[in-house]
Design a protein around this ligand. Structure first.
Ligand code: ADP
Length: 666
């Protein structure tokens, strides 16, 4: 194939409209001229085109090659024309050319087909192809024209755009606030994860839904639905914020207090194409604000002065309590030195307090004195705590000052009352001691009197007793039986009176005497007592000792008296004809020993069991059982003098169990 000049080729191959009408020759001529002009014009267009315009025949041989092609592929027209079009096709895309040819064969045109081509220097090039068949005058396809547009730049731009979009997506997805994007008709296009979480809608479900459905908001206080900021933003074409107290209801009914805004999304030319809604859950912030407000209210309503100061001692807050206690209004004190409240002699105190604070320490209930506006000294109790910033640095201090004037007054009056009371008590004690001494003296005198009385009474009584016995012995036979009986009665009355006097004497001695305690062998003592008294021995009675008996601390004569009295009663208070049986045993605890005396006697009714230890108390009648009613009173008194106690357990008819409890041997 001959080489064509680049200018010839397009003219030869171009498809030129042919005049088909039957017209006059002049017209033909005109048209012929026009045809030549039009062809030249087309050639010029092709030549000046930025795009590569190439033609090829059906054998894929390049038949024309414009400037654009030269610039795009690097081959000159001379180099390219006559070569196979395959020099431009990367080897892996060889098949593509076949397909193109096939389609051309069918007379199809291929438009904006994006692919890759090779330059002369081997580099690759992104291109968009438009391929059209070239027909000859008969309409037969003889080749193809190819417009090749270099789209490297365009591709890069697209790529950039794609990256930009992805960056935007990632940004929106990772943003801490909820983001919803809508189209012009307020239908949801995009939700980021925070928005998904707050609304409870997934992007896939929400996409295309009306915003009102996905983003349901109402006023927390009025409970009325709030107009969506997006619809207003779209209507008004500006950024619209939400009023306070807006609450979002998520799909599951959870409520989130919201802070949000909607703004229109515009194209570069300013046309609004949708809206973006940005919102955040301010539940935590709201809670923090509420708790701050509560704390502020507490501070404000406190009766105590609550004062904030910086580390230089300048006052930064001043509550109502401070105003009330110190008399200064807030505006008088803010920025002032805290020293204004201190009496000059206490200035060093503030230095010490500041020192504590700088070390982050708290000062608790420090009692001192401050000065009020009118110059009064006010006793106060201070609690001072450091105020720290988020990093933990001490930046100031809060001071709670409590006016303790009242308390101080109360304390003072308490101290006064206490000392008055103490004085009073001392006086009383002195008076009691005085009276007691007086009483003791009186008692001693009385006891002396009763002792000597009793003692002195015994001598004449003995005289009456012995003389009556002599008369009875010597002149008894001469007397009438009634006279003898009278004499007998006076003898026994005298001896009863003697026993009584003896017992009273013992009782009064036991009450008064000073005694010393020693360790006593109870068992030995008991055996001696039994040995000396036939009425405690067989056959008159049976006394069984459960050995060993624990030794005790006591006074020998007193314990002998106690045991004798108990045994006397035990053998006495038995029904007539029954042999008295007594069992004695001991039981020790940590510091005490209890001695038990159980008899088989008539027993004592419950109600009388405590009374029998009183003086002159007798439960059983005089006739059956003789006695003075002093024996058990002596027992209790003697045991108490030895540091112990005495008692009884009994049931009428079932015997009695008397016990003595004494300190244990050390
Ligand atoms: P007295 O034995 O001289 O009557 P006490 O003071 O020894 O006086 O006893 C007071 C009273 O307690 C007795 O009159 C008696 O009624 C009762 N009593 C004392 N010991 C016993 C006992 N072992 N069994 C029954 N009654 C007793």
């Amino acid at each position: 194939m001959p080489k064509h000049s680049q200018k010839q080729a397009p003219v030869e191959n171009a498809v030129v409209p042919s005049g088909q009408d039957a017209v006059s020759s002049s017209i033909f001529r005109f048209i012929g001229a026009a045809k030549v002009e039009a062809t030249a014009l087309l050639a010029a267009i092709v030549e000046s085109s930025e795009d590569a315009i190439i033609s090829k025949n059906l054998d894929a041989i390049i038949t024309s090659w414009n400037h654009g092609a030269e610039r795009t592929f690097g081959y000159s027209a001379e180099e390219a024309i006559g070569q196979s079009i395959r020099i431009l096709i990367p080897p892996e895309l060889a098949k593509e050319e076949m397909t193109i040819l096939e389609r051309l064969g069918r007379g199809e045109r291929i438009e904006h087909f994006e692919t890759v081509r090779l330059r002369k220097d081997g580099t690759r090039l992104d291109v968009s192809l438009t391929v059209s068949p070239i027909r000859n005058h008969d309409g037969r396809i003889v080749g193809a024209s190819k417009i090749v547009r270099d789209i490297t730049e365009q591709k890069r731009f697209k790529q950039q755009l794609q990256e930009e979009r992805e960056r935007l997506q990632v940004t929106l997805a990772s943003i801490g606030d909820g983001v919803i994007v809508t189209d012009l008709s307020s239908r949801v296009q995009f939700l980021n994860p925070v928005a998904e979480e707050l609304t409870g809608w997934k992007q896939s479900e929400a996409s295309g839904q009306p915003l009102e459905l996905v983003f349901r908001i109402f006023n927390e206080q009025t409970q009325v639905a709030v107009e969506n900021p997006v619809s207003r933003a779209l209507k008004e074409g500006r950024i619209v914020g939400l009023a306070n107290h807006t609450v979002l209801i998520a799909r599951d009914g959870t409520k989130h207090p919201l802070d949000d805004s909607g703004s229109p999304v515009r194209r570069a030319d300013g046309t609004i194409i949708g809206a973006v809604l940005i919102f955040r859950d301010i539940g935590d912030r709201r809670a923090a604000e509420e708790s701050r407000a509560r704390l502020a209210a507490i501070v404000e309503s406190s009766d105590d002065a609550i004062i904030g100061k910086d580390l230089q001692g300048r006052i930064i807050t001043w509550n109502k309590g401070a105003e009330r206690i110190f008399g200064y209004a807030e505006n008088e004190m803010l920025g002032e030195s805290i020293l204004r409240l201190l009496p000059p002699e206490r200035f060093t105190e503030e230095e010490k307090i500041l020192e504590h604070l700088r070390h982050g320490e708290r000062v608790d209930h420090f009692e001192t004195v401050r000065i009020s506006k009118d110059g009064h000294q006010i006793p106060v109790s201070l609690t001072i705590s450091p105020i720290k910033d988020a990093a933990g640095n001490v930046i100031g201090a809060s001071k709670i000052a409590r006016d303790i004037t009242r308390r101080k007054q109360t304390e003072e009056s308490l101290v006064k009352t206490k000392s008055e009371l103490e004085n009073h008590a001392r006086n009383l004690e002195a008076r009691v001691a005085e009276r007691t001494a007086h009483l003791q003296q009186t008692i001693a005198e009385l006891e002396g009197v009763s002792y000597s009385l009793s003692h002195d009474m015994r001598a004449p009584l003995r005289t009456i007793q012995s003389f009556s016995q002599i008369v009875l012995a010597e002149a008894g036979e001469k007397l009438e039986p009634t006279e003898r009986e009278l004499l007998q009665k006076s003898i026994s009355a005298a001896s009863r009176l003697d026993r009584l006097i003896r017992d009273v004497l013992i009782y009064s001695r036991v009450s008064r005497e000073a005694i010393e305690l020693t360790t006593l062998n109870v068992e030995q003592l008991l055996r001696q007592i039994i040995d000396e008294r036939p009425e405690f021995q067989s056959p008159k009675a049976k006394i069984e000792i459960q050995t060993p008996l624990e030794p005790v601390r006591g006074h020998e004569a007193y314990l002998t008296q106690c045991i004798t009295n108990l045994l006397d009663n035990a053998v006495k208070f038995v029904p007539a004809g029954r042999q008295p049986e007594v069992r004695v045993w001991s039981k020790a605890t940590d510091h005490q020993v209890r001695l038990w005396f159980a008899d088989n006697g008539i027993g004592i009714p419950k109600a009388a069991q405590e009374r029998v230890f009183g003086i002159f108390q007798r439960v059983h009648g005089d006739k059956a059982y003789a006695g003075t009613g002093i024996g058990l009173a002596i027992v209790r008194k003697a045991v108490e003098r030895m540091g112990g106690t005495a008692g009884v357990e009994s049931q009428p008819g079932q015997g009695s169990r008397f016990w003595l409890q004494l300190p244990r041997e050390e």
